[in-house]
Write a protein that binds this ligand. Structure first.
Ligand SMILES: O=C(O)c1ccccc1N[C@@H]1O[C@H](COP(=O)(O)O)[C@@H](O)[C@H]1O
Length: 221
């Protein structure tokens, strides 16, 4: 089970997530999020991400090509284009600058649920309100379950991630609000508990096994 912890704000957050066994960490640039960081702070933090942990730049209101330029310049491992602002044109243009794209969308918006439909390496299915901690109806997956490298997000936490993995059968999971003590403030005990719960659930016979990771990159697709 691939585990991403998103919205990290300090080097200690990164250290804890990495030591807990997270496969990826997310740093957010956003004018609408409490977790949004400035470019200089993002540059400091991404330089702190250890080898073997995938660094993901997360954006929801930055123009795609601009975000791709930031991801390339700062040495990110992937760029998560999150939400309705990014369509086929934005993905195509961004890929010319930085090809390691993740597409984050909500099933309620009726997206194409084939992984790679817009050229992305990873598809992320979230609630319609990114980073809100809101859950969504996982039974929607019955009619449109992706295959391959897709992550489940939206209202996950240490106490519900095992059940969500059993219900949704994703390749990976992503969390932000559920490992915080206050909006934008990560709780290190909750990060450790979340990663442990997700990894344990993936090892359980009830949840089955996820597809193997593709080769060529540390700790992620
Ligand atoms: O976390 C944010 O503030 C955020 C801002 C802009 C785009 C995406 C954001 N987060 C993503 O939301 C989910 C996690 O949500 P939750 O808080 O666990 O419900 C995850 O995909 C983050 O990358």
């Amino acid at each position: 089970m691939f585990v991403k912890v998103c919205g990290l704000a300090t080097t200690a957050d990164i250290d804890v997530a990495a030591e807990a066994g997270a496969d990826a960490v997310g740093l957010v640039i956003s004018g609408t999020s409490v977790r949004g960081l400035g470019r200089d702070r993002v540059a400091e933090l991404v330089a702190h991400v250890p080898d073997g942990v995938l660094s993901v730049l997360v954006v929801n209101d930055t123009p795609a090509v601009e975000a791709a330029g930031i991801a390339a310049a700062l040495g990110f491992g992937a760029l998560q284009l999150h939400g309705r602002a990014y369509g086929p044109g934005e993905f195509g243009a961004a890929a010319g600058v930085f090809p390691r794209l993740w597409r984050a969308t909500a099933l309620a918006d009726g997206p194409d649920t084939r992984v790679g439909a817009l050229g992305e390496e990873v598809l992320l299915l979230d609630s319609p309100r990114a980073g809100s901690g809101a859950r969504w109806d996982l039974s929607l997956l019955d009619a449109a379950r992706p295959e391959g490298h897709w992550l489940l997000a939206g209202g996950l936490g240490p106490g519900n991630v095992a059940g969500a993995i059993a219900a949704a059968r994703p390749w990976g999971v992503d969390v932000s609000s559920g490992v915080e003590s206050a909006p934008g403030v990560k709780d290190h005990a909750l990060i450790r508990a979340f990663v442990a719960a997700a990894k344990a659930a993936a090892a359980s016979p009830a949840t089955g096994s996820a597809p193997a990771q593709p080769s060529g990159a540390p700790a992620g697709p």
